[in-house]
Ligand binder design. Structure first.
Ligand code: CA
Length: 374
């Protein structure tokens, strides 16, 4: 009989543990736990990550959303994943957040995907499409109809994973120093407006300028821009645009349900244990819901404040202006998808989902809004 050494004994235990775990992926077989269910010594590894954002530090709603994500992830992971959040410009300039996370300067970023249209034109479709879908429909497309998979495919070329982490709801059309009575009033207008909406303004003869949130007020004050869109009454009030521009236009034809994103360095994410990965995913879902809820709850309060306390002139874009915006939007989208195959795929998915949704929406949301509150 062979003598069983201590080494053989340990080897046999480890083999049997492997056999137990081999057939099915059992929760009890994760590293740090015992297949038998007995408590084990957890080999705790802590991670310290950095999140760069496109927002000024602790910026209301969006910047605070980034702060909350970091806090929830740290709490849920019992301190195993700590994330330090940097406002735009604190570690890298706001619009370099994407590159910084691709390069691993930070492991996470927070922004809106239309900021990256210059790197990947298809990214715009995951933030906002003029005359596109609202928040509820965007979430449905992303989570339940293949939108997020396409977004993941697009970002994987940059070693990133995208997560929806918020939505503005339908935005406002923007702040103008003079009235918009016809589409010719857009000619020569310098407007801060990102994404596909910006291309529409350019088509109408205006100049679309992309600038990060922190620069808009000064640019409007100094006349670098004549008009700006931002978000909605709550956020626009905090930005103070009513102190400079007089006319506040609706509806936000260009951003009917803008998705706020978090992007995570894929290499760093893949190196995390599965529970921390799931914690990030769960925090992203929570953030998506809480940000939309917060905007929706506060927008009307601040709309009234703007009108009654600050004498802001609330104006609706004339129908023929909206009609022109719609026509230019269709042209802009056709141009983008004609030159970029990934944009074509993404837009096809977007469009066919929307079409599938439309019959149902007409007899559910639309029919309901038409009778509710009347
Ligand atoms: Ca906006």
């Amino acid at each position: 009989m062979n003598k069983i050494t201590r080494r053989d004994f340990l080897r046999s235990i480890s083999k049997s543990a492997a056999a137990t775990c081999g057939g099915v992926a059992l929760a009890g077989c994760r590293p740090g736990t015992n297949p038998g269910g007995a408590p084990s010594v957890h080999t705790r590894k802590n991670y310290e990550w950095r999140m760069v954002t496109t927002w000024p530090p602790h910026f209301p709603v969006m910047g605070e959303g980034a702060d909350s994500l970091a806090q929830w992830i740290e709490k849920m992971s019992d301190g195993r994943l700590k994330i330090r959040v940097y406002g735009g410009g604190e570690l890298v300039p706001p619009l370099q957040a994407f590159d910084a996370v691709t390069q691993g300067v930070a492991q996470m970023g927070h922004g809106a995907s239309y900021y990256w249209a210059g790197k990947a034109p298809a990214a715009q479709f995951f933030a906002a499409v003029p005359f596109g879908m609202n928040a509820q429909q965007m979430n449905s497309w992303l989570y339940s109809a293949g939108g997020l998979e396409l977004w993941e495919e697009l970002y994987s070329a940059f070693d990133l994973i995208p997560f929806p982490v918020g939505n503005s709801g339908v935005q406002m059309g923007g702040w103008f120093n003079k009235e918009v009575n016809g589409i010719s009033d857009i000619k020569g207008l310098k407007m801060r407006i990102p994404g596909l909406g910006g291309k529409v303004i350019a088509k109408a003869g205006g100049a679309a300028i992309l600038s990060a949130g922190g620069e808009i007020f000064t640019n409007l004050e100094r006349g670098v821009i004549d008009a700006t869109e931002w978000v909605g009454p709550y956020h626009d009030y905090l930005m103070g645009f009513h102190k400079i521009a007089k006319y506040y236009y609706y509806p936000g034809w260009h951003e009917p349900g803008t998705v706020i994103e978090m992007f995570v360095n894929k290499t760093a994410y893949d190196a995390l244990p599965a529970d921390l990965q799931e914690i990030i995913r769960a925090a992203a879902y929570r953030s998506n819901l809480s940000m939309l809820s917060e905007f929706e709850a506060k927008n009307n309060v601040y709309l009234q404040k703007l009108i009654t306390d600050h004498n802001v002139k609330l104006k609706r874009f004339p129908d023929d202006v909206l009609k022109s915006f719609k026509q230019y939007s269709d042209e802009v989208i056709q141009e983008v998808i004609a030159t970029d195959p990934m944009s074509r795929r993404v837009y096809q998915s977007f469009k066919s989902f929307r079409k599938r949704l439309s019959d149902w929406s007409k007899i559910s949301e639309e029919a309901y809004y038409n009778i509710a509150g009347k």
